[in-house]
Write a protein that binds this ligand. Structure first.
Ligand SMILES: [Zn+2]
Length: 281
């Protein structure tokens, strides 16, 4: 983020902090406390890029969250959304894609701190151990996780989720067979490999244009218990718990804190899709 934008956001944050604290107290009292689901990609100090956060900032974010929020698995996040009333500040942690670097620092830290997480992997890159095309294009073919690492994570109790077979933009797929292949074959391949039911799916890219009613319908049909987007957005008690809106675990502290303390502007501007991929307002 450039200096000017960062300064403006700092001013906005400081100027609205008192109102946010009052609003949060109101949410807690009325049982309208939102349930936040965060997504990360890669935690590492080498080869920084837009989808990497360094180990120090990641550790600091986890410590900051642990002091202020219940850190819960996605199933508990869904239960709190479905219950219709939530008074506990709540966060779930997720990761997308499956980068080998996460095994060096971030995931051991989460296990050590007893922080549950869901780890979404893209099966072609996992099983063929090939770097992602976007990393190759950027000149840095970062290493994906190995199947053995994912097996170990699952054995240690991590929740493994599906993130398609080829990291396709599902919003651009019109062929039902191709959609089925991305949504369902990745899930089945993981289930066969791990011998475990795969409960959750995360849409690659995760913006509104990457989500379609057809993909949501197929996710239901495939037996997923929930799907995650990534366009930003809070989940309020009483919302449809099948679709979990996620927020980026932003390496920029001011942007991270701005989201976590519930930016009133975000409440107005974000269009929520329900569990069938249609706008609810
Ligand atoms: Zn992804």
């Amino acid at each position: 983020m450039n200096w000017c934008k960062s300064t403006l956001l700092n001013l906005y944050y400081a100027g609205t902090l008192y109102a946010r604290k009052r609003a949060m107290a109101g949410h807690i009292q009325s049982g309208r406390m939102p349930i936040i689901v965060l997504f990360y990609h890669r935690v590492a100090n080498k080869y920084p890029n837009n989808w990497t956060i360094n180990t120090r900032t990641f550790a600091a974010q986890m410590a900051w969250l642990k002091k202020r929020f219940d850190l819960v698995p996605l199933s508990e996040a869904q239960r709190r959304i479905a219950s219709g009333a939530n008074r506990q500040p709540t966060v779930s942690i997720t990761f997308d894609d499956g980068y080998a670097d996460n095994c060096s620092y971030a995931l051991p830290l989460l296990f050590q701190e007893n922080i549950p997480f869901t780890y979404f992997v893209t099966t072609d890159f996992l099983f063929k151990h090939r770097p992602f095309p976007h990393d190759v294009a950027a000149g840095q073919p970062l290493e994906p996780n190995t199947p053995e690492q994912i097996q170990e994570l699952a054995d240690l109790g991590a929740d493994i989720g599906a993130h398609t077979r080829t990291h396709a933009n599902l919003g651009a797929i019109t062929e039902p067979e191709q959609l089925r292949d991305e949504l369902i074959s990745g899930k089945r391949a993981l289930e066969d490999f791990l011998g475990k039911f795969i409960r959750y799916f995360a849409f690659p890219f995760g913006c509104h244009k990457n989500l379609t009613p057809e993909a949501f319908r197929m996710a239901h049909e495939a037996g997923y218990e929930g799907v995650c987007s990534a366009y930003g957005g809070y989940n309020f008690p009483g919302d449809d718990p099948y679709h979990l809106q996620r927020i980026h675990g932003d390496p920029e502290w001011i942007r991270f804190k701005n989201w976590m303390t519930i930016d009133p502007r975000k409440l107005q501007s974000i269009i929520r899709y329900d569990s069938y991929g249609t706008s609810t307002r």
